[in-house]
Write a protein that binds this ligand. Structure first.
Ligand code: F6P
Length: 314
């Protein structure tokens, strides 16, 4: 399929056609399509960006680029007018926002521009979306119906799952999302590891686990952007991404609702697993927008091995 992208004589499967063929329900299909299109607008903003800090902080106290706010506004406005979304929760907002009239089917979570501090380095960044059929303060396995992310890198790609496998699309020169990989499946065991956090802050058990991976010859692959780091595990068909509990912050760094649940959904649909070290990420109850959680996500072997190490008495 990949080589067909510039071959205009070949039949290409675009995102809409793919979702239709996969039997994704009509409204969900339209919503995913709308979000994918919004990714193009966000990408245009990234290109326009003058990279200056806006000079204010977001809810979590990090420096916020004006780009984050732009991405959030674009997404919120597009979703508002889509007619499919009742509530919108964004990492850039301090409360859930009612954007529909009350009858709409879906509740959307967004990290509009994850890793935006990497913009000046020209590394990949991304948008992460979770789509729920019930209010978002429940556990993901009860309410999530789809998740997707968009990577803004040398290529713009979109990976989605609506519960029928995980699929990747590439934005081509004509502005269409063309299917590049269908039903991506992780190997049982991979060969790369992507460890977030600082070594000096790791618990003894986590450190021992990383030493085990290193002794086994796993390759270090960490960019500092959650989207490209997860994308790498997915596209390379295996390995593990971790952002663990740290000595001073036992809840880790990454946000359960905006970052971890959507990625857990996508990786599980690709045959991988995602836990906080003991429980599946999608079984955890979300109680607050700023709720953080440790994560071990990727191929079954590496994640289960992490759970073994974390359960050991030191
Ligand atoms: O949550 C924002 C984020 O930039 C993620 O994209 C990334 O995985 C993580 O933080 C990186 O954290 P650190 O700078 O501690 O490696």
């Amino acid at each position: 399929m990949g080589e067909g992208i510039s071959d205009y004589t070949r039949f290409v499967v675009d995102l809409r056609r793919h979702m239709w063929m996969a039997g994704v329900e009509t409204e969900l299909r339209r919503l995913i399509w709308q979000i994918a299109v919004t990714g193009k607008y966000i990408s245009a903003k990234i290109h326009e960006s003058n990279r200056k800090l806006a000079g204010f902080k977001n809810l979590y106290g990090e420096d916020q680029l004006s780009l984050d706010r732009n991405a959030d506004d674009i997404l919120k406005n597009q979703l508002e007018y889509s007619g499919f979304v009742r509530e919108y929760a964004s990492e850039e907002q301090d409360a859930v926002i009612q954007i529909g009239k009350g009858q709409e089917k879906y509740f959307v979570t967004a990290d509009p521009l994850d890793g935006s501090s990497l913009v000046d380095t020209n590394l990949s960044i991304g948008t992460i979306i979770g789509i729920h059929k019930e209010p978002i303060f429940s556990c993901g396995k009860d309410s999530m119906v789809a998740a997707l992310y968009i990577t803004y890198g040398p290529l713009i790609t979109m990976v989605y799952s609506a519960g029928k496998g995980t699929h990747e699309f590439v934005l081509n020169r004509e502005g269409e999302y063309v299917l590049s990989q269908e039903c991506i499946m992780l190997e049982e065991r991979g060969s790369l590891y992507s460890p977030g956090g600082l070594r000096k802050d790791f618990t003894e058990r986590h450190l021992k686990y990383l030493e085990y991976l290193e002794a086994q010859g796993y390759k270090l692959r960490y960019s500092g952007g959650f989207v490209p780091d997860i994308n790498q595990v997915l596209i390379k068909r295996g390995g593990i991404f971790t952002y663990p509990a740290l000595k001073k912050s036992p809840r880790g760094k990454l946000r359960l609702l905006f970052e971890l649940q959507p990625m857990a959904f996508i990786i599980e649909q690709a045959g991988g697993i995602a836990t906080d070290g003991t429980d599946p990420i999608l079984s955890l109850r979300v109680e607050g927008l700023d709720q953080r959680c440790p994560i071990y996500i990727g191929s079954r072997f590496e994640v289960e091995k992490a759970m073994e190490f974390l359960a050991q008495n030191s």
